[in-house]
Structure formats: structure tokens, C-alpha cells
Write a protein that binds this ligand. Structure first.
Ligand code: ATP
Length: 227
């Protein structure tokens, strides 16, 4: 089994408020991992540390066997752009851009030609059942459609790890299930590992394994990834 991402004894504080107090986590290649836990327990902070958005006060983050917590902002932002994908609770689409332009964005940022990026974006929109909606802006899409656009954007650059923070949090349960079916289905097809932060057991049930964050520490609910 190959470990793609690992947190070792990670501590992080917001000023004097400790958010992580020795968090450990291992994510296997292609694994879908649910991170659960009560509000304020440190789930989002852990995701942000794993994704190189926040730098831990102490401890280590390893991606593909390389320490990433020691990289500078430029190195971490290159990593986020080239190797990681993101989906958040509120899709955070750029409101002025069309669905197609939103999905093409990560490719354009990586230097892909405009016509190729647009063609890839259209393929991903079709794959997520959004054909015909390419020209719409986020204000012209339903919540579920917008979240599928966000998912297409998160996966278009074929990341090694997709970080999903409450990806269905703003959706009704039926729409949430459709988004989760697509998220898990496409991640599996692509071999993309997923860190899925959720407080909903129904959403966590889509994962291969669950951990619980409590008081800034990670408790394993089911076994470590197995070979
Ligand atoms: N920007 C911030 N400034 C100060 N404190 C923060 C900030 N973000 C989070 N915290 C604090 O850090 C702790 C962990 O927060 P975090 O957002 O990681 O929890 P969470 O488990 O994701 O919560 P939720 O389920 O409510 O999103 C909490 O005590 C929170 O109040």
C-alpha cells in the first residue's frame, strides 16, 4: 500500500486557541477517507494543514514521501495547483465566469492552452451530467448543479488528492446524495484519493474509512488503510 498523504503529530493554533493538538493521519493512494467530528474539533484546520493552505506550528506533513510543511508559499501553492483539487461547502465558483470557464480555470492556471482547457472543461461538465449548461453563470444554476460544476473544477487537473470540506453541506439530502455519488464515482475512476470532511454519517458512509477528530486529535474509527 502506498501512502500518499500523512500528518505526523501536527499542532496548530489560531493565536492562543489550539485547533490541532497532535493530529496523526495516513491516507492511502486512491483511498476515500471521511473525517468526522463535532463542530470546532479541528476538522477544517486539519484539512487546511494537509492541503498546504496552513502551515502547522509543529509536526510534519508528507505528500508522496516528501515533507511539504517546510515548503515556502510558492512551493505550496504550486502543489495545490498541480496535485490537489478542492471542493467546498459553497461551490465558490467565480460568479462572473460561466460554468465552462470556471472548470477550465485550474488548467489555465497550469499553463494549458485556452482551447484545450475549454475542451477538457466541456468533457468534465458532460461527465457530470451538465451538458447544455456550459454558458451559465453560478447564479443561473441550482445548488446541486453549481456543486457539480465545483466538482468538475476540482477534478479537471487530475489531482492526486481531492479535498472536500462539507461538499454537500448546503444541499438537500437527495441532491447531496447525487453529488456524493458523482464525487465518489469519478474519484474512483480517476484513482484520486479523497479527504472528505463531513459531520453527516450518511455522507461519511460513502468513504472507505472514517476517522473522528476530537479536541484536535484524530481517533481512528475503522482500521488503518490495509495493503
Ligand atoms: N480563523 C480562525 N481564527 C480563530 N480561531 C479559529 C479560526 N478558525 C477556526 N478556529 C478555531 O479553531 C478550532 C477548530 O476549528 P475548525 O474550523 O478546524 O473546526 P471544525 O471541526 O472544522 O468545525 P465545523 O464542523 O464547525 O466546521 C475551533 O475552536 C475554532 O473556533
Amino acid at each position: 500500500m502506498t501512502i500518499v498523504l500523512e500528518a505526523r503529530d501536527v499542532h496548530y493554533s489560531f493565536g492562543r486557541t489550539p485547533a490541532l493538538r497532535g493530529a496523526d493521519l495516513r491516507l492511502a493512494e486512491g483511498e476515500i477517507l471521511a473525517v468526522m467530528g463535532p463542530s470546532g474539533s479541528g476538522k477544517s484546520t486539519l484539512l487546511h494543514c494537509l492541503a498546504g493552505i496552513l502551515v502547522p506550528g509543529s509536526g510534519e506533513i508528507h505528500f508522496d514521501g516528501r515533507r511539504i510543511d517546510r515548503l515556502g508559499e510558492t512551493g505550496r501553492s504550486a502543489l495545490r495547483r498541480d496535485r490537489f483539487g478542492f471542493v467546498f461547502q459553497f461551490g465558490q465558483l467565480v460568479p462572473e465566469l460561466s460554468a465552462e470557464e470556471n472548470v477550465a480555470l485550474p488548467l489555465l492556471l497550469s499553463g494549458v492552452r485556452r482551447s484545450k482547457a475549454a475542451a477538457e472543461a466541456r468533457l468534465w461538465l458532460a461527465r457530470l451530467g451538465l451538458d447544455g449548461l456550459e454558458r451559465r453563470t453560478s447564479g443561473e444554476l441550482s445548488g446541486g448543479q453549481a456543486q457539480r460544476v465545483a466538482l468538475a473544477r476540482g477534478l479537471v487537473a487530475r489531482p492526486r488528492v481531492l479535498f472536500a470540506d462539507e461538499p454537500t453541506g448546503a444541499l438537500d439530502s437527495l441532491t447531496g446524495e447525487q453529488v456524493m455519488d458523482l464525487l465518489v464515482g469519478t474519484a474512483r475512476e480517476e484513482g484520486t484519493a479523497v479527504v472528505l470532511v463531513t459531520h453527516e454519517p450518511r455522507v461519511a458512509a460513502y468513504a472507505d474509512r472514517e476517522v473522528v477528530v476530537r479536541d484536535g486529535k484524530v481517533l481512528a474509527l475503522t482500521a488503518e488503510p490495509v495493503s
